[in-house]
Design a protein around this ligand. Structure first.
Ligand SMILES: *Cc1c(COP(=O)(O)O)cnc(C)c1O
Length: 347
């Protein structure tokens, strides 16, 4: 069975279940798309402008960067690069600390790799000792999502360095930084010292481009080079290529979103304390909240009011937990009003 089910097409209401930018992309992105010519649509896309803009923006050189069609494709590319069955017949292993983003399991399953799951700590801090104990001669990839999804908890960069130093030759740490714009410390400045670390970034969250599909793989030039053959030559389309440049340039729009995310989280934390619901302070644009035996009532209640939240109850350590996207303040307050009604009624 596939480890992943395509999300239901819920577009009628307020989408607080997939951590998208619910305010939409920068208007400058739309201008860039409107400026596309018929020729640009007809020709295979040039990438150098997008690559240069991204490299400058994240602080690497162009040969240390690979544009991908969303980070999901980047994850599949890493799996193709590192999780293939080897000529000696040994099945590669990927270590996934739980709870984790589902796409890692999809990619591992696609390549027939063995998934080694590592149980969470109670506080969802990174389970370093358990991950180190799980490393074997067959380990090819260790996943670190920083900040993690669905917990929002960050991992210290030194923890990632420690893992990288203990890996067997030929193995890599994949650091998924999908939410690094919102908080936590990036591994990118350390990449120069580690040939066995690959960082993933996406334009789907802080940049509001989930519908266009664009992401990045970052690493030392020799580390990224083999991955260039693991994704299609024309992986991202011309619309996404112009959109990322426009999105990067609009610092003001992004700064406003980041400010609203920070304020939204504070509002939700305060509300959770009033409601007596445990939550984990998050470095992402979402918060994991333990609604316990009121989970079904909350999910159904917000749904009836035209809002969607993500049930994470089946994730390791997340029994009775929902993940709430905390983006625009208006959207967060709408959600909080609904939750207040539901929780009062459920008492
Ligand atoms: C959203 C997300 C991604 C996927 O990003 P896309 O660029 O939209 O494919 C990758 N990793 C994590 C942890 C995410 O939450």
């Amino acid at each position: 069975m596939s480890p992943y089910q395509r999300p239901a097409e819920l577009y009628a209401g307020l989408r607080l279940h997939q951590n998208e930018h619910t305010g939409g992309c920068s208007p400058k992105v739309l201008d860039a798309l409107a400026g596309l010519t018929r020729e640009q649509c007809a020709l295979y896309p040039p990438y150098s402008a997008a690559i240069d803009a991204c490299a400058r923006h994240v602080g690497v050189t162009p040969d240390e960067l690979l544009l991908v069609n969303g980070l999901d494709e980047g994850i599949l590319g890493v799996a193709i690069g590192y999780l293939r069955m080897r000529p000696d017949g040994i099945v590669p292993e990927v270590i996934i600390p739980r709870p984790a983003f589902e796409v890692f399991d999809v990619a591992a399953a696609a390549l027939g790799a063995t998934v080694v799951s590592v149980a969470p700590q109670d506080d969802f801090g990174f389970p370093l000792e358990r991950v180190l104990a799980a490393i074997t001669a067959r380990t090819r990839v260790v996943i670190v999502t920083n900040p993690n999804n669905p917990t929002g908890i960050s991992t210290p960069v030194e923890t990632i360095r420690t893992i990288a130093r203990q890996l067997p030759a030929g193995a890599v740490v994949f650091v998924d930084e999908a939410y690094i714009d919102f908080g936590g410390e990036s591994f990118v400045p350390s990449l120069k010292d580690f040939a066995n670390v690959i960082v993933g970034r996406t334009f789907s969250k802080a940049y509001g481009l989930a519908g266009l599909r664009a992401g990045l793989l970052l690493g030392k030039a020799d580390t990224i080079e083999p991955l260039r053959n693991a994704v299609p030559v024309y992986s991202i389309n011309v619309a996404a290529a112009v959109a990322v440049v426009a999105a990067i340039e609009d610092d003001g729009y992004r700064a406003d979103y980041l400010r609203q995310v920070a304020a939204s989280k504070q509002l939700l934390y305060d509300a959770c304390r009033r409601w007596g619901l445990p939550y984990w302070p998050s470095d992402g644009n979402f918060v994991l909240v333990r609604t316990g035996d009121r989970t079904a009532a909350v999910l159904e209640g917000v749904r009836a009011r035209g809002m969607y939240l993500k049930d994470r109850s089946s994730d390791a350590g997340c029994v009775g937990c929902i993940r709430i996207t905390t983006g625009l303040i208006d959207h967060t307050t709408r959600l909080m009003t609904a939750m207040e009604e539901i929780l009062c009624a459920a008492q």
